[in-house]
Design a protein around this ligand. Structure first.
Ligand code: FAD
Ligand code: NDP
Length: 446
């Protein structure tokens, strides 16, 4: 309220502030899913100025898997712009120039601080209000911190997490500052296994510490896990299982010099890598959208409880037919395909079916390489040579009389395609012994 100078009566002044920009489509988050969604929009005929991507990262969308693999190599490491999306799916590499040429606004280095799904607006940390007709939430996830498990000091310069380019640069600095040194890797999941391999390749001595009985406990059986653990041991990696970190020791510069484990052991270190899981970035939408399994619940068109908001990638909990339930999948293939499907549903809803996704996970470490399709539920049938040292072997999962999951280490492109196809077909399995006898041949001939 201000006062009218002549009449001295109070008057209401509505000041037109910077109203910000308006777009038909906004993608919130600039990671893997955002890059693949952008390509799909363009392929389907996007008009100039219709799409905007807002990312707190300072670079255009890139293939995040490169950060724990090629990025950490001592010789000829991968660096941007070589791994911008969508090279991971053998498609176009979308550089900042590509976004410009297609009239896509890339707002980088800018976090969104709040969202109002009723008003269809986002407020950025720079104070700009961005409005949309359709919002695609692609905010991914954040790495869990040791502090969330009661351990303090994980912000020390030689303690590394790995989620984005900034983390990866920090990890490379720590590796380069620890030649021939000792590292402890906390966590026996994907980050732990892939980073441990990269550290060994950088000639760093590695001890892995995790609470489970074997590595990759959520996906792999103990028999498959022991194959990888033996391989890692042959490369000099030590395993300490069934315990967790309880505290760090520091020097006068604040660098970590040792880790103390709950079982009483102390390990001297030059650096530490932590990979203890993630939490999806749902915070902006809590209380506004329905959440499930820690993510934003979406239907088979990747549409959330608000019809103008879609969610894709790590943050989306979507119906997965093979599981018979809604799940969140934290893998790059799901990010790429959910992104494409959401854009198809947005731009051509009549021709777009429900998302029918076959879960696909993979990893590459040292010279090993595996792929997994489907669900790891039910009984397990192994085949092939598990004697170690880079052999080819695999496993099938059979649940309720049907093949629901398949794993293969050291396969060829055709063999991986065969296990994917067989898993999608869910063939009936009457005799587990016969499946074992046929081994990989079963998938190849299905
Ligand atoms: P992300 O790629 O994480 O992108 C999310 C983006 O949103 C980020 O740019 C983030 O900064 C931004 N953002 C979040 N909140 C905000 C906000 N409020 N404002 C603005 N921007 C925001 N999967 C595999 O299947 N195979 C692999 O080999 C593999 N390797 C991996 C290696 C590493 C090191 C990591 C970390 C993950 C790996 N993954 C792998 C998992 C895979 O990368 C993820 O599943 C995938 O990146 C998910 O894509 P996304 O777009 O949902 O999220
Ligand atoms: P994961 O969930 O794969 O593994 C986390 C590991 O840390 C588990 O072994 C977990 O045990 C363990 N853990 C949990 N809490 C503690 C603790 N306090 N101390 C020690 N260990 C603990 O997560 P990551 O961090 O490895 O990976 C992060 C994300 O990146 C995931 O979404 C993953 O899918 C993705 N990624 C995928 C890759 C791929 O697909 N090839 C490669 C790299 C990353 P528990 O199971 O008991 O909780």
């Amino acid at each position: 309220l201000e006062t009218n100078k002549r009449s001295q009566k109070p008057i209401k002044i509505i000041k037109k502030k910077n109203m910000g920009r308006a777009f038909v489509y906004v993608i919130l988050g600039g990671g893997v899913a955002a890059g693949y969604a952008a390509l799909e929009f363009v392929n389907r005929g996007l008009s100039i100025g219709e799409l905007c991507i807002i990312s707190q990262e300072p670079v255009a969308p890139y293939e995040r898997p490169a950060l724990s693999k090629g990025f950490l190599l001592p010789e000829a490491p991968a660096r941007l712009p070589s791994f911008h999306t969508c090279v991971g799916a053998n498609e176009e590499r979308l550089t900042p120039k590509w976004y410009k040429e297609h009239g896509i606004e890339l707002i980088l280095g800018t976090a969104v601080k709040s969202a109002d799904v009723k008003r269809k607006t986002l407020l950025t940390a720079t104070g700009e209000t961005i409005s949309y007709k359709i919002l695609i939430v692609a905010t991914g996830a954040r790495a869990l911190k040791l502090e969330e498990f009661g351990v303090t000091g994980s912000d020390a310069e030689n303690v590394c997490y790995l989620r984005d380019i900034a983390d990866a640069n920090r990890l490379v600095d720590a590796i380069q500052s620890s030649p021939g040194g000792n590292a402890v890797v906390i966590g026996g999941g994907y980050i732990g296994m892939e980073c441990a391999a990269s550290l060994v390749i950088n000639k760093i001595n590695v001890t892995m510490v995790f609470p489970e009985e074997h590595c990759m406990a959520r996906l792999l059986t103990s028999k498959i896990a022991s194959y990888y653990e033996e391989y890692y041991k042959s490369k000099g990696v030590d395993f300490i299982k069934g315990t967790v970190l309880s505290s760090f020791d520091f020097d006068s510069d604040g660098k970590v010099t040792a880790v103390n484990l709950r079982d009483g052991r102390k390990i001297s270190v030059d650096m530490v890598v932590v990979g203890i899981g993630i939490r999806p970035n749902t915070g902006l939408f809590e209380g506004q959208l329905t959440l499930e399994k820690g993510g934003i619940k979406v239907n088979g068109k990747l549409q959330s409880s608000n019809s103008s908001v879609y969610a894709i990638g790590d943050v989306a909990a979507f119906p997965v037919k093979i599981f018979g339930e809604t799940r969140r999948l934290e893998h790059v293939d799901a990010a790429r395909k959910s992104a494409r499907h959401a854009v198809a549903a947005i731009m051509d809803v009549d021709k777009t079916d429900e998302f029918d996704y076959l879960p696909f996970f993979y990893s590459r470490v040292f010279t090993l390489s595996w792929q997994f399709y489907g669900d790891n539920a039910g009984e397990v049938v192994y085949y092939g040579d598990m004697s170690g040292g880079g052999t080819t072997f695999g496993a099938y999962w059979v649940s309720k009389g049907h093949l629901v999951g398949a794993f293969l280490e050291g396969g060829t492109k055709e063999e991986y395609e065969a296990i994917a196809k067989a898993t999608r077909l869910r063939p009936e399995i009457e005799d587990l012994g016969e499946l074992e006898r046929q081994g990989l041949g079963f998938a190849v001939t299905t």
